[in-house]
Unconditional design. Structure first.
Length: 231
């Protein structure tokens, strides 16, 4: 039996595209956050892209593939048992997000959204809050990465590979079947949400997707990392 036949589909392609695009947007936003950074002109653009991705994820959480939906992984009742298993070093592999992973998704989505919001609409008076939320986001990203490594070891599954290819080993999940794929209506709704978000951003900032130095937008700083120095 081929390796592909021994694996079960878990993550749909729009979710995986969202995940890695958001990783890239946050990384660029952070690296470009100082005025003297060679990437500074990408700072605002990366922030807006992160915001649009959050709009997509919120919609996809209701209409996306089986394991992309909030109803599949928001399970507060299972959190205590999962944490107890972690403390013992014995955790059963989860086909989708485990209870702690589901909580991490909600926290990261919320922090990213608040970071973009405070950067876009907070003005100079909101820079301190923006910076605080942004650094909190980056700390949570670090915790998330560490948790992925730990869970990959404990469950003997490569979770990074799963988020790239979308599949997990069938042998680790007896009786599991391929996740239900998102339908055409789901893709249409998500596409409309992204289009509406892009339209709204351009109405607010006509140069949102044009690389430009942050100093060109006095009072706005859209990213994880540092706010602009005052002139």
């Amino acid at each position: 039996m081929s390796d592909r036949m021994q694996r079960v589909m878990v993550w749909d392609w729009p979710l995986r595209l969202f995940h890695w695009t958001l990783v890239l947007a946050i990384a660029i936003a952070f690296l470009s956050s100082e005025e003297d950074s060679p990437l500074n002109q990408w700072h605002m653009l990366a922030g807006w892209i992160a915001g649009i991705l959050i709009v997509f994820r919120l919609v996809w959480g209701f209409v996306g593939g089986e394991h992309s939906r909030f109803s599949d992984f928001v399970r507060p009742s299972g959190l205590a048992e999962h944490l107890a298993g972690l403390a013992r070093g014995r955790v059963e592999p989860s086909l989708g997000h485990n209870p702690l992973g589901g909580l991490a998704v909600l926290i990261l989505v919320t922090l990213t959204g608040v970071t973009v919001w405070t950067g876009a609409f907070g003005g100079e008076s909101g820079e301190d809050l923006h910076e605080l939320v942004a650094w909190t986001l980056l700390a949570m990203v670090g915790v998330h990465v560490a948790a992925v490594v730990v869970m990959s070891v404990l469950t003997r599954e490569n979770l990074v590979r799963a988020m790239i290819g979308g599949t997990k080993p069938a042998g680790r999940h007896p009786g599991a079947r391929d996740a239900r794929s998102p339908g055409a209506v789901a893709l249409l709704l998500a596409g409309l949400a992204v289009f509406a978000a892009v339209y709204g951003v351009l109405r607010y900032d006509s140069q949102a997707f044009t690389p430009r130095a942050t100093e060109a937008d006095e009072g706005q700083s859209l990213t994880p990392g540092f706010t602009r120095e005052e002139s």
